[in-house]
Each structure stands twice: as C-alpha cells, then as structure tokens.
Design a protein around this ligand. Structure first.
Ligand code: LFR
Length: 472
C-alpha cells in the first residue's frame, strides 16, 4: 500500500496525516499535531510561520517513507519573497484589523459589481486583494518579487519551486473565476505588479522533489486542493449531486458544488462566493463564523470539560437568546463571551447567565446561520438539496449536528471529521495512479471506508421560523 502525507494547517493547529490506500481500505493516521498560535507584535497579528514550518518538518520526519506530500491550509494569507527567495517578514493573520478601513474604499474604487463579475468572490475584509491594498506603499511590498499563499510557501521551502495552486488562488479576489487565471486587468488597476503572482498549478500537478531538507527518505510534493475547504469538499462522502455541505471547523463553509459560477446580482448581494474546487468545480458557498465563537470562549475560560459543557448546553433551554453569528463584530479574537452577551442585550434578549447558556446560544445561532446559508444556496443556485453533509471537527459535535438538521429541515450526515486530510490524500493517490476516476468515484471510496452518523430533522412546530424572524 502506498502512503501519502497530508499536511493540513488549520487556524488553531496543524497536523500531518498519513493516508494509506489499497484493496478496499483507506486508513488515515495523524502522526503529528502541533499548535498554531498567532503572535501579536507592534500591534499586528502574525502567523508564527517558522514554528508551523518546524511542525511540518517534524511531522514529515515521523511520517516515515511516503510516496508524496500534499499541503493545504486556510486561504487568503500570504508571504512575500524578495528576488532571491527570502521571506520578507512574517505573514499577517487574516483576523488582523489592518484591512478594516481599507477594504470598502478599495472595493468602491475598483467597483463592487466588476469585482464580483470577474472574481465571483464574497466580500470579506481580509481577502488578499484588501490585504495587499493595506500594504500599498510599504517598503516590504516594494521589495517583493513573489506573493506565495501559505501552502505554496511551504511547498516552496520543501522543493524550491514557485507557483500558485488554483483553488487557493481563487480566494484572493485577484483571480478570474471564468477564465481560470489571474485577473490581470484587475491586478493592474489595483496598482499591483503582475509579476508578483506566480504561474498557476492545478490539483494533481507535480510540484517537485523535496530537496535541501533533512528528511530520512526521498519524496516529492504534489499539488492538492491547497485551500483546506477545497480538500474538505473532495472528502464529502456524497452520493449524487443533490447535497449541500458544511465544512465545519473554525469556520463553517456552507454551500453546494456547481459546474459553473453563479454571478447574478442576487448572489452578489447575498455575499455568496464562487471559489475554485478540485477538477474545475465551483464551491458556491458562504462563510459562517463557525466554531470560532466556541473556541474563543474556551480559550478565555481555560481548562474546561467540553463534553460536559456540551451536555449541559443540550439540556439548557432552546432559543433563550440567538444572535447573528455572521456579524463582523465576532471576527476579531478576544472577549468573545462578553461580545455575545452585548449582542444579546443590544437585540433585547437576556444575556446568557451561565457557560452552558453561552454555549447553547452559540449552537442555536450557528444552526440558524447554517439554515440560512443552505436555503440561500438552494435559492440562488437552483440546486435541489436533499441532504446536508457536515464534515470536519464539527461532525463530532452531536448537539450542533442535530440542531443543524432541525434548523435546515433536512437530514444531516456527519463525517468524516478529517475530511480535509481525506481529500488531500485522495488527490495525491489519484495523481500517483493508485485510484482512478472523478470526484464521484473518490467520494464513493470515502463512503465505503468511513462511518457516518445520520441526524434526522425533528418536527419543531415552527420554532425555527420564529427564531429566523427574530434575528435580523
Ligand atoms: C477555512 C478557511 C475558509 C477561509 C478562511 C480564511 O479554514 O480556509 O475557507 O475563508 O479559512 O482563510
């Protein structure tokens, strides 16, 4: 059986997962997990990219011989290289506030309708376009020869090869979603040098042999869906096309898979995004704030028995207070429980009076946001949806899965938890010729080798309609 290493960098931790495929078997084991702790310096929130690099190397050392390595991470963030390939400063975290005052003016200058028509991307204040706009005029940007998104930067350090994998490039708001290439006119009008943007590569492309790195075996790097959400969507164990997915971790990415982008005015106003998927598909989705709300509360509460807390939240009264989880007020780190309480009070609801009540408020609010996003995806794309696949860490959260089924009025199939690593490994295995076929065939393999949990929607007598009407 061939082994493949999936390097998966998430907003709170990174992992190296070894996947083995052969004769009806698909085993995954996490061989190394390491923290990803952002660091604030001189008022700017950075990723500690060298510590991530060290974690990747350690993981690959203990992974043992692997046929290839695939790398995925969160989207939009980048490192700048000078003309000799040196990293010009630490990559900045997308939750840093430096784009807050810049993004709207940039969008207005370039034209919001034009931006959507070209890139199909949702407006998020941290899109790469706006981060580069915030960096305009800086000596760092002036000295930059290449902009590398995070997985491309790790691939560069492993192989010496410079390139941009297209699923992640599609999240920059500088990529033409229909032409499937860099949006050169937009890049010029944004005042950026076209030379910054490396040649594109597609999932399955060979990037190069690992070299000048101390690994105890030879291997190479293969492009995968390097945007973590693109890999997660490959790992959705759907049968057919009538499904919605929720890739549920720090974010919930909620949407459908399409063959072509939806670029209508209604779609733009609903802030739906058309991100590039593996095999030229479109990930038509919306970002929901996700388990970030819970993670931030847990971070401030210190050591907590999460299972006990979720049980208490399940027993707490439903809908006591529900907020718009997608309110940008929740984007930045810190003071999350206080911000939730303030939002409840502002909307005339009682602030949660216990930790269990806070968690219940988060779960009800996320389920509501899932419902709205699934319904909007259906209405805007015309796709028939009969089941919701919930993958990623959130698939472990039975309360959230059940509430999501209830809120959507659809069955939820939960799992795999490691969908991102699954998708990463499958694209490598296909590039190696060890598995064959289209996404449907890859998904069949996931169904045959992973246990899923099914949650049926409970009849609620209109309760979710009431909640939906309550939250603006
Ligand atoms: C999820 C994710 C989302 C992206 C966000 C920020 O991990 O990649 O898809 O919008 O992180 O990069």
């Amino acid at each position: 059986m061939n082994a493949y290493a999936a390097v998966d960098l998430g907003a709170s931790s990174g992992r190296v997962v070894v996947g083995r495929l052969g004769a009806g078997r698909f085993d995954l084991s996490t061989v190394h997990r390491f923290a990803n702790e952002p660091v604030r310096a001189s008022g700017t929130l950075h990723w500690d990219v060298l510590s991530l690099w060290a974690g990747v190397l350690e993981g690959l050392r203990v992974a043992g011989p692997v046929h290839s390595v695939g790398i995925d991470s969160w989207a939009v963030d980048y490192g700048l290289l000078d003309s000799r390939g040196a990293l010009l400063g630490n990559p900045v975290h997308y939750r840093d506030g430096r784009t807050a005052d810049v993004w709207r003016a940039t969008a207005e200058r370039l034209g919001e309708k034009r931006l959507y028509a070209t890139t199909g991307l949702q407006q998020l204040p941290f899109n790469t376009l706006y981060q580069l706009a915030a960096a305009a005029g800086s000596p760092q940007l002036a000295a930059a020869a290449h902009m590398l998104l995070i997985p491309d930067l790790i691939a560069y350090w492993l192989t010496g090869e410079i390139g941009a994998e297209e699923t992640n490039a599609s999240t920059t708001q500088l990529y033409d979603v229909r032409a499937r290439g860099w949006a050169t006119d937009l890049i010029a009008d944004a005042g950026l040098s076209p030379d910054l943007f490396p040649p594109l590569r597609r999932p399955g492309d060979q990037i190069g042999a690992v070299r000048d790195v101390d690994l105890p075996y030879p291997t190479s790097v293969v492009a995968v869906g390097s945007h973590d959400t693109a890999s997660a969507v490959v790992g959705v164990p759907a049968d057919g096309t009538d499904f919605a997915y929720i890739s549920c971790g720090t974010w919930s990415l909620v949407g459908v898979e399409l063959d072509a982008p939806v670029l209508t005015e209604a779609s733009r106003l609903a802030n739906f995004t058309n991100e590039g998927g593996v095999d030229g598909t479109i990930r038509y989705l919306r970002n929901v704030m996700g388990l970030w709300l819970l993670q931030e509360c847990l971070r401030s509460w210190g050591a907590t028995d999460l299972d006990a807390l979720l049980r208490a939240a399940a027993a707490a009264p439903a809908f006591a207070a529900v907020v718009d989880a997608d309110d940008p007020v929740f984007l930045a780190p810190g003071g999350m429980a206080e911000r939730l309480a303030a939002e409840c009070r502002r909307t005339g609801q009682p602030a949660p009076a216990s930790r269990a009540a806070v968690v219940r408020c988060i779960m009800d609010s996320l389920a509501l946001a899932h419902r709205r996003a699934v319904r909007a995806a259906v209405a805007l794309s015309g796709r028939d949806v009969r089941v919701v696949h919930l993958v990623g860490g959130g698939a472990r959260n039975a309360l959230l899965c059940q509430l999501t089924a209830d809120a959507c009025g659809l069955p939820v199939l939960a799992g795999p938890v490691e969908a991102t690593a699954v998708g990463n490994v499958l694209v490598q295995a296909r590039a190696a010729g060890a598995v064959r076929g289209d996404l449907a065939s890859l998904r069949k393999l996931v169904r045959e080798t992973h246990e899923l949990r099914r949650y049926e929607p409970r009849v609620d007598g209109g309760a979710w309609d009431e909640v939906d009407g309550r939250v603006g």
